[in-house]
Structures are given as structure tokens and as C-alpha cells.
Design a protein around this ligand. Structure first.
Ligand code: SAM
Length: 240
């Protein structure tokens, strides 16, 4: 759980959540489901805004943490393509940082359509791994290392397809907004950098020596306040 907590406590995470609530545009008393709710940060904030919130996640441990964080919300251990919710029972549907984990977004978005009432609002979001920037003296090597990061994720470029998927499912008024996080603290990204380099070695895209040199350069940049990563998150909203 500490991993999910860390994501949500990063600088920029609260603003991203707030932007997703703005796009949902729900009033007090409205029903809203947060799918892939993780440790319940968004569910707690939406419940505090007076919404009737349901959180869903297949990770039972995450649901235990979410119940503690948001005692005013309902929670279920379930998958995004089979929600324990009535047809047309929700005014709002939110799923952020889920689609990179799914082979196919369509069953999940079809299920969102089922549970949303006509005119209900949907907000989906996540990072597109093909759209990350990390500064380096060897940009070609960095591009290959980032492919290593992609290789560790089921659907690393899913975020860019979400507009198509919403339109193809029949959603209207589909809008895309981008929130960008700028990270200059190497420690914040150290784990992802290691995962990326290891992924690139595992895929035989680079040698272990390349990986070690690249990681050493990034750590050195961190020591001299020259580390720079830019991480955009796409939020895609629509109306049923
Ligand atoms: C990266 S976390 C994101 C949590 C939170 N939405 C956020 O934005 O920080 C991904 C979450 O998706 C959940 N998850 C994975 N597969 C899922 C599925 N098929 N349906 C619903 N949630 C899923 C995981 O258990 C995890 O809690």
C-alpha cells in the first residue's frame, strides 16, 4: 500500500485529483464510482464534497486501507469490467491510472457506460509512457531506456487511446486535458529509473554497462541539482 500512498502524496497528485473532480462536475448528493480506487484518496475527497461515493478495486488490501481513509464511502473488491453496481445507477464515473494495467480498455469502458445514467459524466486518466521526458547527455540512450520502462507495463501508451474509446462507445462532449508534473528531485524518480534501465537490459535493448552508466549519470545530475523529468498525465472526460 505504501507505493499507492506515495503516488498520491507526490507533488501534483492532489492538483490532478482536483482537476478530475472539476471535469466530473458533480453536485452534492450525486452518486459517483471511483474505479481502481487504490488506497481511497479520491474516494475520501469526493465523499467530503458531499457525493455518495463507491470505490472499487480488485486488491483487497487496498480496499482495507480505503475503508479506513473514507469511512463515508462504500467499497467493493471487484474488477473494472464487472462492477457490482446497478445499470444507470451512477451520476459520475472516475478511473485514473488504471488503463496502462489493462490489455484492452473496451470491456471497462463498456461497463462504465452500463452503470452511468444517461447524461452522466465520465473521467478517465493516466500517464502515457511514450510521452515522458528525462534530460540526459545521451538522449538516444535515454529513449531506449524509456522503452525499457514501457516493456514493464501491459499497455504503456493506453492513455492516448482513451479519447477514441470514449467516442467509439458513444460518449459525447469528449475533452482531453493534460496536467504536467515537473520533477527535479532525483530521489522521487529513482525507483522508476532503475526499473526502466533493468527493463531495457532484460529486453536486450542495452547492455548492463549502458544501464549502469545511464543510472550513474542520472544520480550525478541529482547530486548537482541537474535532474529533470517531465511527466504529463492525460485526463479524458465525456458525457453518456
Ligand atoms: C497505479 S494504481 C492507481 C490508484 C489510483 N486510482 C491513483 O490514481 O493513484 C492502480 C490501481 O488499479 C487497480 N487495478 C488493477 N487492475 C484493475 C482492474 N481490472 N479493475 C479495477 N482496478 C484495477 C490496482 O489494484 C491499483 O489499486
Amino acid at each position: 500500500m505504501s507505493f499507492l500512498d506515495r503516488i498520491e502524496e507526490r507533488p501534483g497528485a492532489a492538483e490532478l485529483r482536483a482537476e478530475s473532480y472539476r471535469l466530473l462536475g458533480l453536485k452534492r448528493g450525486a452518486t459517483c464510482v471511483d474505479v481502481a480506487c487504490g488506497a481511497g484518496h479520491a474516494a475520501a475527497e469526493l465523499a467530503a464534497k458531499g457525493l455518495k461515493v463507491t470505490g472499487v478495486d480488485p486488491d483487497a488490501e487496498a480496499i482495507v486501507a480505503a475503508r479506513e481513509r473514507a469511512p463515508g464511502a462504500m467499497f467493493h473488491v471487484a474488477h473494472s469490467d464487472d462492477l457490482p453496481l446497478e445499470d444507470e445507477s451512477m451520476d459520475g464515473y472516475r478511473a485514473v491510472r488504471l488503463f496502462h494495467l489493462l490489455e484492452d480498455p473496451v470491456p471497462t469502458v463498456t461497463e462504465a457506460w452500463r452503470v452511468l445514467r444517461p447524461d452522466g459524466r465520465i473521467v478517465l486518466g493516466g500517464q502515457d509512457y511514450g510521452f515522458l521526458l528525462i534530460d540526459s547527455t545521451d538522449q538516444d540512450l535515454t529513449d531506449v531506456v524509456l522503452l525499457g520502462l514501457e516493456s514493464r507495463t501491459v499497455s504503456p501508451r493506453a492513455a492516448r487511446s482513451l479519447r477514441d474509446v470514449l467516442l467509439d462507445t458513444g460518449f459525447r462532449d469528449v475533452e482531453v486535458v493534460v496536467r504536467t508534473e515537473v520533477v527535479t528531485d532525483h530521489a522521487v524518480m529513482a525507483e522508476q529509473l532503475k526499473a526502466a534501465a533493468a527493463g531495457a537490459v532484460d529486453k536486450a535493448l542495452i547492455t548492463q554497462e549502458d544501464a549502469d552508466d545511464w543510472l550513474a549519470e542520472q544520480a550525478d545530475r541529482g547530486k548537482h541539482d541537474r535532474f529533470l523529468a517531465v511527466l504529463p498525465t492525460l485526463l479524458v472526460s465525456g458525457r453518456r
